[in-house]
Design a protein around this ligand. Structure first.
Ligand code: ATP
Ligand code: MG
Length: 402
């Protein structure tokens, strides 16, 4: 025996001529996410994707793993009825018989008393139309399950029927996925990953639009601890559930921070550090062939994220900088962080390199000329190159468990 799941593609279904490409990518991603479940098959049939697993594979695990694949709109465990070679009346009889058995199980397991049937004839050559399929199956269920009544407005239970060529499906719940586009359909970007709440969410959102992500993390060892770095690795580990394997570069920013502190005005420390972070991230990104930088900045959240500061930060690099959180409030960002499972790790209290030399009164309206003047006291290119050369690579593999 096997379990069957119907997977609906979201936006990928809308992509015109590219549709087969997006669906193929989606099938690949689903297969990859389910690879730990031996004997699982994933196939695409007329705009839907069907997952078949051995009966021993827990449904919860499959639903969770498939729901995390970007491009999946929703997924439902389903019962399959073979109607191959049957005329419509015989087929309806077979579906009705299965529907009664299906509903008996729901009565036993969930104590339902009212229901509604929603039927859809995906195979337009099937001789009975959708509303009639619904009505007739409903009548059959009423006859077979004496305790049930129909309630079309607020049913305890919604039974869906989908009649396709040769096969029909019965299912109830739809587990929502994240939608978006399959990973790998939109190039690769480099996220600046701190240990905070925001940047993991930013990485998630870009991956959600089909972009592979890799990461660069800055630390100030020994001012920041080994444990603080472990925390960032943990965050990247959680992200792999959605983004697949992540290559993470780590860079010690301390030599640069010391130069800034010694040579530049105190109130400019943060913005100067940020421009260095961007330059280093960009140099690594260009070397690795990444198309964009990604940060967790949100307009006005802190001094370095005022509109004026962002303009000055942007001026340090030529690659496009994606800021998917730019117009979100912290509460919205926190909601996403909770939903994707990064929040609890993000709030663990470990030091961050940005807090090592924090000025008392950071500039909030920096002027590019002033900042460039301050930087002229530093050997910018040399410092950036040394940082890039010292970057260490950690591979964060995709986690298997759930
Ligand atoms: P987060 O919650 O992501 O740490 P934040 O609100 O603390 O963000 P900042 O510290 O100003 O804001 O950082 C803004 C962005 O700069 C972060 O979202 C991240 O993309 C990047 N960033 C900050 N610190 C680091 C770091 N130590 N390593 C890599 N990137 C960083
Ligand atoms: Mg931070």
């Amino acid at each position: 025996m096997e379990n069957i799941y119907i997977v609906r593609c979201g936006e990928s279904a809308l992509k015109g001529k590219n549709k087969p490409y997006f669906e193929r990518m989606l099938v690949q991603r689903i297969k990859k996410n389910l690879k730990e479940f031996d004997g699982t098959a994933v196939e695409r049939v007329d705009g839907l994707i069907f997952v078949r697993t051995p009966e021993t594979v827990p449904a919860d695990g499959v639903l969770k793993k498939v729901g995390r694949v970007f491009g999946v709109d929703s997924v439902s465990p389903a019962v399959e009825v073979c109607i191959e070679g049957m005329d419509a009346e015989t087929a309806l009889n077979a579906i009705g018989q299965e529907a009664v058995a299906f509903m008996m199980r729901q009565i036993e397991e969930k104590g339902i008393r009212t229901f509604k049937v929603d039927a859809k004839r995906a195979d337009k050559t099937f001789a009975i139309q959708s509303p009639d399929i619904g009505k007739r199956i409903g009548a059959r269920v009423l006859k077979g399950c004496k305790v049930l009544k129909v309630n079309v407005h607020e049913p305890d239970y919604h039974l869906y029927i989908n009649v396709r060529r040769n096969l029909a499906y019965l299912y109830d719940k739809k587990v929502s996925g994240y939608g978006g586009l399959p990973l790998g359909t939109n190039g690769r970007g480099m996220v600046l990953l701190s240990g905070g709440i925001d940047s993991p969410v930013a990485a998630f959102l870009m991956a959600h639009r089909g972009m592979y992500v890799e990461a660069v993390h800055f630390h100030s060892y020994p001012y920041t601890s080994e444990r603080a770095f472990e925390k960032v690795k943990d965050l990247a580990g959680i992200l792999t559930d959605y983004c697949g394997r992540i290559r993470m570069f780590s860079v010690n920013l301390l030599p640069i921070q010391e130069q800034i502190v010694q040579n530049c005005p105190e109130e400019e420390t943060t913005i100067l550090v940020r421009r260095f972070m961007m330059r280093i991230a960009e140099a690594i990104a260009k070397r690795e062939g990444d198309l964009m930088l990604i940060t967790g900045e949100s307009l006005g959240q802190v001094a370095s994220q005022t509109a004026a500061s962002l303009v000055v930060t942007d001026a340090s690099v030529s690659l496009p900088v994606m800021r998917p959180l730019i117009a979100m409030d912290k509460t919205q960002i926190m909601d996403i962080a909770r939903d994707i499972g990064t929040f609890e790790t993000s709030i663990l209290p470990y030091e961050d390199c940005c807090t090592v030399f924090l000025p008392k009164h950071p500039v909030t309206q920096p002027k590019l000329e002033r900042i460039e003047q301050s930087e002229s006291r530093l050997e910018v290119e040399k410092l950036v190159q040394a940082a890039v050369d010292s970057a260490e690579l950690t591979i964060i593999s995709q986690r298997d468990g759930i």
